[in-house]
Write a protein that binds this ligand. Sequence first.
Ligand SMILES: *Cc1c(COP(=O)(O)O)cnc(C)c1O
Length: 372
Amino acid sequence: MVDLLGQYQKIRPEVDAALQRVIESTLFIGGPEVKALEAEMAAYLGVKHVIGCANGTDALQIAMMALDLKPGDEVITASFTFVATVEVVALLGITPVFADVLPGTFNLDPADIERKITPRTKAIVPVHLFGQTADMEVIMAIAAKHKLYVIEDNAQAIGGDYIFSDGTRKKSGTIGHIASTSFFPSKNLGCYGDGGALFTNDDALAKRLRRVCNHGSDVRYYHEVVGVNSRLDAMQAAILRIKLRHLDEYAAARNTAAAYYDEAFAGMAHISVPERSPNSTHVFHQYTLKVTGGHRDALKKHLEANGVPAMIYYPVPCHLQNAYKSDRCPEGSLPVTEQLTHEVLSLPMSTELDEEQLKHISTAVKGYFKDR
Ligand SMILES: *Cc1c(COP(=O)(O)O)cnc(C)c1O
């Protein structure tokens, strides 16, 4: 699905030198590389604070701890997402409340968010799925009206722009009260291990986020609140500093591949290419088709038989997972989400796809439908 080796080979001298530099510094945790990454990323995003942590799941948990969300509180989020978003809510004893998504962009449906608000609701967690930013302008207005926090799960849309109705743009992950991201290797900005970060424009929140990451402590051996140990290490930061400089070019390469796919599949009866939101650029963390007519699973098998990997993100929505089932959100209650789990199919997407590979993949897709 991705080509991390091909990508490494293009930046190898820089990466190897950076790793050598970190090893010789013996500053493996925190230190100047992490500080520099945080500053460079803040400048790139146009956000006041970037705080490194151990992974994207921790980032979400730390955000909720810093906002002092407590058992009994409710957090509204998507069921059509990677489980991490929901897992940390449940781990903290908070109640996840699922809202449906829009059938075109797969992002949270603001109207359904509003329907799910109760007196216990404390926060909304929009997940910017597959590379497009959810409709933040509308979500922030709903949050302001009901005095809720917004935590953007930006693990899949880093580098993308949100476009406001007046045409102004802000980077994805810089609009909510806090945003989280992941540097898992296959993410758009991936390191060579685990990593994550938090973004905020709020000085007081930034302080609380750093404190939670660091055992609830501002001054070593003095603990103000219950915290966790969640650190970005210096080798990952050094790699991320290099890859951050290529992030826009990586997004452009992904868009070139997406445009090739779009053209190849235009007009096909059972295939819908990814809908582009008018409020967001797309950084194509995934290129996800909707395959109708009950053909999705057979198409996936056909592709695999032709040497083309294809993945279903996500086959079972969170509200139907054994770990998260509840009477409050039974089967049938999120119709768009449930239908999408039967139709979505993600094709290979990376910064390194060449025309020959794209041709092979799209020919295989068309080959399946030839006599149907
Ligand atoms: C990858 C991902 C996460 C979790 O990130 P990790 O670094 O793997 O912990 C959370 N949310 C979404 C939407 C993701 O895609």
